[in-house]
Design a protein around this ligand. Sequence first.
Ligand code: NAD
Length: 351
Amino acid sequence: MTVFVTGGAGFIGSALVRDLIRQDKEDVLVIDKLTYAGSLESLKPVSDSPRYHFSQTDICDSAGIKALFAEYKPRAVYHLAAESHVDRSIDGPADFVQTNLVGTFTMLDAAYQYWRELDTAGKDAFRFLHISTDEVYGELGPDGQFSETSPYDPNSPYSASKAGSDHLARAWHRTYGLPVLVTNCSNNYGPYQFPEKLLPVVILNALNGRDLPVYGKGENIRDWLYVEDHATALQQVIADGAVGETYMIGGRAERTNIDMVRSICRIMDKKFPGKAPHENLIRFVTDRPGHDARYAVDCSKIEAELGWKQSLTLETGLEKTVSWYLDNLDWVKAVSKDYSQQRLGLGSGKK
Ligand code: NAD
């Protein structure tokens, strides 16, 4: 049997694909347009496996996606393909509406056309997992956590487009009976994250003695989830999750951005004592417009119902992440060849 992973050349998708191939069970077809955020370099560790397949296809290409369903007859779809960077959504929201909304519609429509022709056993076994974010719930004050029943209240073009895609996924279950599940997770961190996001920026800038930019005063709070623990959670949801349900996935690790940056600086101090203290490189820069103050995730449902557990503490995960970047500078170089590192998302760019 085959499973589809859309966005499988991206950060979370590639962690999932590497794990699926390692487990030696099913074939995996990665469907990815290879935007700036996707790279086959992240799939190199598994690309020799006869169970790994790749198609460079845009999820908005209805005919192309339908042809892949007809050819590979998947048992399940992990739908991760998306435009994912909030700052880019402020400067250019059109791509977010196109990929996150139209693309998700195209995937659901193609999945439904395929699923309704399956026999009863095939219909019962099929799953479509839509992967989404805790940002669809807006921002929290100092207390409380998001849960599966929190009201939707997205603030950025990114989170609004993801919120819309969650509603489409739910509707394809309620209206057409497609076996859809939805997960909403917190901030992922770990190996193979494109070097425009906070952690890789800080690790790589610290290594090169460059400023460590921190938005506003660095007081925004995020919950941090190790990407490989997330990949495990997604497989558990496909295997044992209840159809039509939503599962929150979080790391139970709330930190302010400035705390995260300081933690990385301390790890870099240990690795490069001659350059300590790396904290001297921290620079506070203009905040992101509409920057949500705090996200926190109550993941007790997936823990209690599916037995999912994290394998790492945030401290261990951060050590592993820093070491991975320092050991994989060739990957960094390969994926960032067209990346200019300019500041994005100040709200002054053209729409
Ligand atoms: P990413 O930006 O690293 O990867 C996205 C992948 O999708 C890339 O490989 C890209 O080439 C591909 N893609 C983009 N547009 C496409 C299109 N039109 N057709 C086909 N492929 C396309 O993203 P990520 O961080 O791995 O996030 C994966 C999913 O998880 C996204 O849906 C995102 O919204 C969600 N999510 C991410 C986080 C996080 O912390 N990274 C948190 C919550 C939810």
